[in-house]
Design a protein around this ligand. Structure first.
Ligand code: URA
Length: 279
């Protein structure tokens, strides 16, 4: 095992930009590795600013424009294809097959498999998360890693489980490299499938687990801290209307257990609304 100080000396001797150093140290912190913040401050002072490392701009605006191969599909072409495939699916199995056969996600090439859903199709509660991590990618099921285990406990606290009365899915079906957040174009091509799953399963209430699904589904400018614990109206393009409650992501709660009381309040709201909705 290497010590952080070993990695730090590599960082020191390599010519990393401020951006890389910051990203690296944030990643260390997230992984639970003790970070020597004083050393990082020194590194940030001696490192050349990212801007200084940018190559001189010699291209003309035309040359700098993104190259699009003739006939290559755009994000909106792929989203249209997803829409057509999703609309043609009339069962969850057919929808899952359409998702697995879809070639429009840029993430497909770098992961193991599509992770579609788990739980009870037709359940009154549908939980929509961000997307698969390493364990989900390996097993082909959503929320089966550490965060998933916490999600199961959170659901159990309000009498819900994927075995009996909840359907679990994500706004993105393919694992992004290094577990980064999915980008807008990656979410855009999945969205017709997400909407179709909602239309087919007809939940009485959706829980958006975390900022990525909440912000993306609600097209909100606000972050999860502002959105959480409130109820919003969600409408699919096919005309299915359903209330949606954003909650804090279980992976966030693993990092910040002090916020579990907020999550608990949000879960009680979910339980209350499901009872009122006859779910
Ligand atoms: N986090 C998510 O948002 N979804 C998963 O499926 C796993 C972890």
């Amino acid at each position: 095992t290497r010590l952080v100080s070993d990695w730090s000396s590599d960082v020191c001797s390599s010519d990393l930009s401020r951006v890389s150093i910051t990203a690296l140290t944030e990643w260390w912190a997230e992984m639970g590795v003790g970070v020597d913040t004083a050393l990082v401050e020194v590194l940030l002072k001696v490192s050349p600013a990212a801007e200084e490392k940018k190559p001189a701009k010699t291209e003309t605006p035309a040359a700098a424009a993104p190259v699009r191969r003739k006939g290559a599909k755009t994000v909106s072409d792929w989203a249209n294809e997803a829409r057509a495939k999703a609309a043609a699916a009339t069962t969850l199995d057919a929808l899952a097959e359409a998702i697995r056969g879809f070639e429009g996600s840029p993430l497909k090439a770098s992961c193991e498999q599509a992770v579609v859903s788990d739980g009870v199709f037709g359940a009154s509660l549908m939980v929509i998360g961000e997307g698969p991590g390493a364990e989900e990618d390996r097993r082909g099921l959503p929320f089966v890693g550490k965060a998933g285990q916490l999600l199961d406990k959170m659901l159990a606290a309000i009498g819900r489980s994927r075995a009996e009365n909840a359907l679990i899915t994500n706004v993105n079906y393919w694992r992004p490299p290094g577990n980064r957040n999915p980008e807008a174009d990656e979410l855009a091509v999945c969205r017709p499938f997400v909407d179709r799953m909602i239309e087919l399963s007809k939940p009485k209430l959706i829980v958006a687990a975390g900022g990525v699904p909440a912000v993306s589904l609600l097209a909100s400018k606000d972050g999860i801290m502002k959105l959480r614990g409130n109820e919003y109206a969600y409408a699919t393009p096919g005309g299915y209307n359903v209330p949606l409650i954003p909650i804090l992501h279980p992976a966030y709660l693993l990092r910040r257990p002090q916020d579990k009381s907020r999550a608990w309040r949000d879960l009680l709201l979910v339980e209350k609304r499901l009872a009122e909705l006859g779910g």
